[in-house]
Design a protein around this ligand. Structure first.
Ligand code: DC
Length: 247
């Protein structure tokens, strides 16, 4: 493989309209990195966590008992969930209402693992997520999709697969700062860490698609990296996996 300048490498990757899967635990910086990467590639950004959060928000609004998987499964086809895939302004709507902020509240965060563990929910969400990837491909655009099971389940044929992680304290600090910016509320980092840990445990021990690292994913640990360094490391990993020479 010949050596390429960073710009040439980026435009070669862009021209491939790749599908890039970024999985990892909450607070690992996936959203920031996936959005930045989608922007660099002029592609679409798909936040799959937002689809599970939107479903959860709707269930809570409707008074569905999220501790009863059968009750959740019975209502799963009712809400219309849509994503805004522009990495500059990602958004999520339920029945045409913009719930981008509502889905980040503590109530939704506390319930989402339960809803995401219901097989019927996962089937519907995976279909929806794949439709966004298909749409990007049909329009000749790259797609950067972030979540937990993208590499293994949603897009097993993705051109690049990255597992982005960071240690719990770093993730909690990042998530607390994000939530404060979005919701205007200050949460103690220790409380956020506890919530993240509970969610990680629930997500990786559920029966339906437990969260695991895909065997063919490249692991990037962002604990000691700045945002710029992380974006660079993920871009580097993605370009190599997609077969684009590095500079
Ligand atoms: O990334 P996040 O915190 O917004 O994810 C919210 C929840 O959805 C979390 O409990 C994990 C779950 N999730 C999932 O099961 N599969 C995905 N592809 C994305 C998120």
């Amino acid at each position: 493989m010949s050596e390429l300048s960073p710009e040439a490498r980026l435009s070669e990757l862009r021209a491939m309209c790749p599908q890039i899967a970024i999985d990892g635990p909450s607070g690992s910086g996936k959203s920031t990195v996936a959005r930045a990467l989608a922007g660099l590639l002029h592609g679409d950004y798909v936040d799959t966590g937002a689809t599970y959060r939107a479903m959860t928000w709707w269930m809570l609004q409707c008074g569905v008992d999220v501790d009863q998987p059968d009750d959740v499964a019975a209502r799963v086809n009712e809400p219309i969930i849509e994503l805004g895939v522009d990495p500059q302004s990602p958004a999520v709507w339920v029945d045409a209402r913009d719930v981008s902020t509502d889905v980040r509240t503590a109530a939704v965060s506390a319930a989402v693992s339960k809803v995401a563990a219901v097989p019927a929910v996962r089937v519907r969400m995976v279909d929806l997520q794949r439709a966004y990837a298909e749409n990007a491909r049909n329009h000749g655009r790259a797609v950067v999709m972030e979540g937990r099971d993208i590499a293994e389940v949603v897009l097993p044929g993705a051109d690049a697969k990255v597992w982005l992680t960071a240690d719990l304290q770093a993730r909690a600090a990042r998530r607390a700062a994000q939530d404060e910016q979005l919701l205007g509320a200050q949460a103690a980092v220790a409380d956020v860490a506890q919530g993240l840990q509970q969610r990680d445990t629930a997500d990786s021990s559920r029966a339906a698609t437990p969260v695991t690292i895909a065997a063919d994913a490249v692991v990037v640990d962002a604990t000691h990296l700045s945002v710029e360094q992380t974006v660079h490391a993920v871009l580097d990993a993605a370009a190599k996996q997609a077969g684009v020479a590095d500079a």
